[in-house]
Ligand binder design. Structure first.
Ligand SMILES: Cc1cc2nc3c(=O)[nH]c(=O)nc-3n(C[C@H](O)[C@H](O)[C@H](O)COP(=O)(O)OP(=O)(O)OC[C@H]3O[C@@H](n4cnc5c(N)ncnc54)[C@H](O)[C@@H]3O)c2cc1C
Length: 485
């Protein structure tokens, strides 16, 4: 492949932190030229509540605990630095669950599904109020989320959810757009009709993660970065770091390890780990104006291996593609961060949406793991014994749900089971298990190939190969709310 037909223009994912995190770390400590990290744990310490993982889930939990139990000793351990994982690398879409209403209704019934969707809207309100109150400069903008059809096979993908919203009296939360409405927000030769969620927004994801870390530290939360959890049981967390082994003797433990939790069999059987990649263009404010995409809304298509894109305050586009790869046995290896093929597919998606940007330089590309459950909803709960609580399985939509997750996990760790958030049906009900390895990995890989082929054929107006079509439908046929019909 020559430099000219490489849509990444020579940029390769992996090897450095996401653009978002580099930007915020440079602002935090310009003189350091390296990451600011709290001291690792070495030796023994105690905690009322030990939190494993320093992404959004762990940090929101720590902050809620500092409010609900002032004086409690809260200790967070993070293998990297806070925000080093997907919380500092994601697309920054902050979206509700109205577009997921039919599967939520199928699982929990109408009133509980609506309660979940309203709780997530409240979490988005809370996120905005929190960043404002704590001077977190994270470019939070509530400009909505638009789903578009980018091929005939995607037309009206949202109609069941929009109809359910309208029928239940929430027709203003997720509603259809005509092709003209879509074009008024962003002109693309492949966009058709779409749907809109006005309550959604975008944020600079790493600035949010680092802002949460700052607030947690200000409130007396102890954070040990560059400290890896090796084992945990209901009383004890064993860690390692460059300074040696560590132990936390804890009364309660919160597991906030996201995709990394899949390494532990209790969680791993109910998760498929998957990579997702983002590409970032150079600043192109004039070209954005030509496209008419100046409203700041996030946009996604209706593929299963969806493309999602948003603009940045300096006029760039960050576009992600869900067409990454499945992981094996819960291991999060280099394929989750160094896979140029997946990043290239994201860049191809950008050029398909906006051919007028073909000459635009890609300045960065990065990837990370997402943890998918059988019906795309997160899973919170407490393990038998009552001391270990967990929140994971965000399935690629975790920015807003982690706010709710922090409330849920803080309540569970304090034994407040009557708490409104902890009584949501996403707490406790385990997602369906996936087949054991190696079948899970081999199945996910084969199905992913089939879905990518099918969706590529549909986008180019070709009839999908019948075998690819049949295999792509397997997850739904087997009762998982994953993959196309
Ligand atoms: C490329 C990409 C794009 C995404 N885009 C969006 C989006 O636009 N909108 C959205 O809502 N969601 C998006 N997501 C998903 C979202 O980023 C996550 O759901 C969310 O960040 C989850 O937060 P978390 O705290 O649970 O996990 P994480 O941020 O992954 O935090 C878990 C932490 O645990 C640490 N850890 C792992 N193992 C250990 C160990 N053994 N010991 C100690 N620490 C450990 C990790 O280093 C990590 O920091 C995206 C994800 C990816 C990868």
């Amino acid at each position: 492949m020559t430099a000219t037909d490489d849509p990444l223009g020579g940029v390769r994912p992996g090897g450095r932190r996401s653009w978002w995190l580099r930007e915020v770390l440079a602002a935090e400590a310009p003189h350091l030229g390296s990451d600011v990290a709290t001291p690792p744990l070495a030796g023994e310490t105690t905690a009322d509540i030990a939190i494993l993982g320093g992404g959004y889930t762990g940090l929101w939990t720590a902050i809620r605990l500092s409010e609900l139990a002032p004086g409690a000793r809260i200790v967070v351990v993070e293998r990297d630095i806070c925000g080093g994982g997907p919380s500092g690398r994601n697309g920054g879409f902050v979206t509700g669950w109205w577009d997921e209403l039919p599967p939520l209704i199928k699982r929990f019934g109408e009133s509980e599904a609506v309660r979940c969707a309203l709780a997530l809207d409240a979490a988005i309100d809370e996120l905005g109020a929190f960043v404002a109150a704590n001077d977190i400069d994270a470019s939070w903008e509530r400009r909505g989320f638009m789903q578009v059809s980018a091929a005939p096979a995607q037309d009206a993908a949202w109609s069941a959810a929009a109809a359910a919203c309208a029928q239940l009296g929430f027709g203003d939360r997720w509603y259809g757009l005509s092709a003209g409405d879509v074009a008024a927000r962003a002109k693309s030769p492949v966009f058709r009709d779409g749907a809109f969620m006005p309550g959604a927004g975008t944020i600079q994801p790493a600035a949010l993660a680092r802002g949460l870390r700052r607030v947690a530290l200000e409130r007396g939360v102890v954070i040990h970065e560059r400290t890896t959890v090796e084992r945990f049981d209901p009383r004890l967390v064993k860690t390692s770091s460059a300074d040696g082994p560590g132990v936390i003797v804890a009364d309660q433990i919160v597991v906030a390890l996201n995709a990394w939790a899949a390494r532990w069999p209790t969680f791993g059987r109910r998760l498929v780990t998957w990579s997702s990649y983002i590409v970032l263009t150079e600043p192109i404010p004039d070209l954005l104006a030509d496209i008419g995409w100046t409203g700041g809304e996030g946009i996604a298509d209706a593929r299963f291996t969806l493309h999602y894109a948003r603009t940045t305050p300096d006029g760039r586009i960050a576009l992600g593609g869900g067409g990454g790869r499945a992981g094996f046995g819960g291991r999060i290896g280099r394929a989750f961060s160094h896979d140029a093929g997946s990043a290239r597919r994201a860049a191809d998606g950008l050029r398909r949406w906006f051919p007028s940007l073909a000459g635009v330089r890609i300045e960065d590309a990065w990837g990370g793991p997402i943890d998918i459950t059988d019906d795309h909803r997160p899973w919170f709960g407490t393990l038998p014994g009552g001391r270990i609580h967990f929140g994971l399985g965000y399935s690629g939509n975790g920015v807003a749900p982690a706010v709710l997750g922090g409330r849920i996990l803080a309540a569970l760790a304090l034994g407040r089971h009557d708490d409104e958030a902890a009584s949501l049906p996403i707490v406790g009900a385990a997602p369906r298990a996936f087949p054991p390895e190696p079948f899970r990995y081999l199945g996910a890989r084969a199905i992913r190939e089939a879905i990518v082929r099918r969706e590529q054929a549909e986008e180019s107006g070709r009839r999908p190969n019948p075998i690819a079509l049949a295999v792509s439908r397997l997850p739904k046929r087997l009762g998982y709310h994953l993959g196309p019909d």
